[in-house]
Design a protein around this ligand. Structure first.
Ligand code: NAD
Ligand code: DAU
Length: 343
């Protein structure tokens, strides 16, 4: 493994992964990204002139462009981050999710099959396991938990996983799948819970909490997701799934209160709004397999990770103000105006 094609490397986790790989390995990275609303080359300014890095603008659904990029850069490994990633957007309209997440993955698999290669890693999500009951705290998602999808986003990610599995069994491709819990950290687009709440608090605007705020998510610092992906890429068994999680469950409302406290803002900014349709109640990952087999463990504890993340948004106001203009304003109005607010 020498030359990695990172798809979606201009997004939140992808850009952190590109930086992580260039910092910790000798691999060459070609970042192949369509630059949708979520893709931002400013995320990569620090490493754009690194000789081991190259950017190619392209769509993973465009097989000719994928093939050309793979041949020109002698690619032997693909890590597929490229996706439509926001559940609320998939509720407003799911077509782009099926096109990129399902057909895009199928396109990458076919080109990889044609050209050959050492590893294909599909970056999936714990959302493909559906929702856990809140009254059974010991129950967590394992790699054996059946796939049960509740949102168009998770259905599209599960579709991609099933295709990866099929290409492993039918064509013998060396495909690996990772399923991670909720990530947080620098460069996350402020449509997701943690960055949205940080920037709303900094702007002294209402913080929209869905439903009763008691949904549970298992938060992992983004660099820990990156180190886990690298471990699976280098030492995982093809054809297998690896769960990745932080063992760090929080009620949404407690995260929101913590952010307000850390930023010295009033708890009165909290506004309960109409729930997300089909809202999964609880996610929690059992990551025993990756720890046992690959020796991976998270390096960051939540208190330091959230502190660092808040500080990053405070120091990078230009970054988030820019990405929150234009298209974002239209989306924000569409998603939140239909949720009548109550305190
Ligand atoms: P993101 O939305 O921040 O970034 C997605 C990137 O993919 C963007 O750079 C975008 O331009 C690019 N992209 C979209 N469509 C494309 C296409 N057709 N061709 C090429 N590039 C395209 O997403 P993220 O939060 O960084 O998530 C990355 C991956 O990790 C996704 O596959 C997501 O399902 C998965 N994941 C995310 C989380 C999380 O908490 N954010 C957790 C587990 C798994
Ligand atoms: O679990 C992994 C998944 O985590 C990834 O696969 C997805 O790409 C990623 O978006 C994330 O999905 P969630 O739906 O869990 O994340 P989100 O940040 O959108 O929401 C987290 C929780 O916060 C969820 O219970 C909904 C709630 N929420 C979210 C927003 C945007 C609110 O209460 N208010 C909000 O405004």
């Amino acid at each position: 493994m020498k030359n990695i094609l990172v798809t979606g490397g201009a997004g939140f986790i992808g850009s952190n992964f590109v930086r992580f790989v260039l910092k910790n390995t000798e691999y060459k990275v070609t970042n192949f990204d369509k630059l949708t609303y979520a893709g931002n080359l400013e995320n990569l300014i620090e490493i754009e002139s690194n000789p081991n890095y190259k950017f190619v603008k392209g769509d993973i659904c465009d097989s000719a462009a994928v093939e050309k990029t793979m041949v020109q850069n002698d690619i032997d490994t693909i890590v597929n981050f490229a996706a439509e990633s926001h559940v609320d957007r998939s509720i407003l309209g799911s077509k782009d999710f099926i096109i990129t997440n399902v057909l895009g993955t199928q396109t990458l698999l076919d080109v990889f099959k044609k050209l050959g290669g050492e590893r294909f890693l599909q970056v999936s999500t714990d959302e493909v396991y559906g929702s856990l009951p809140e009254d059974m705290p010991e129950l967590k998602f394992t790699e054996e938990t059946p796939v049960t999808t509740n949102s168009p986003y998770s259905a599209s990610k599960a579709g991609a996983d099933l295709l990866c599995n099929a290409y492993y069994h039918t064509h013998g491709l060396p495909v690996l799948i990772t399923r991670c819990s909720n990530n947080y950290g620098p460069y996350q687009f402020p449509e997701k819970l943690i960055p949205l709440m940080i920037v709303k608090a900094m702007n002294d605007e209402h913080l929209p909490v869905y439903g009763d705020g008691k949904n549970i998510r298992d938060w992992l610092y983004v660099d820990d997701h990156c180190s886990a992906i690298l471990a699976v890429l280098e030492r995982g068994n093809p054809g297998e799934v690896y769960n990745i999680g932080g063992n760090n469950e929080w009620f949404n409302i407690d995260i929101v209160k913590l952010i307000l406290e850390k930023l010295g803002r009033s708890q009165e900014l909290i506004t309960y709004v109409k729930d997300r349709p089909g809202h999964d109640r609880r996610y929690a990952i059992d990551s025993a397999k990756i720890t046992r087999e690959l020796g991976w463990e998270p390096a960051y504890r939540f208190p330091e990770g959230i502190e660092h993340t808040i500080k990053w948004y405070q120091e990078n106001e230009d970054w988030w103000r820019k990405v929150m203009s234009g298209e974002y304003e239209k989306y924000y109005k569409e998603n939140y105006s239909s949720k009548e607010t109550h305190h």
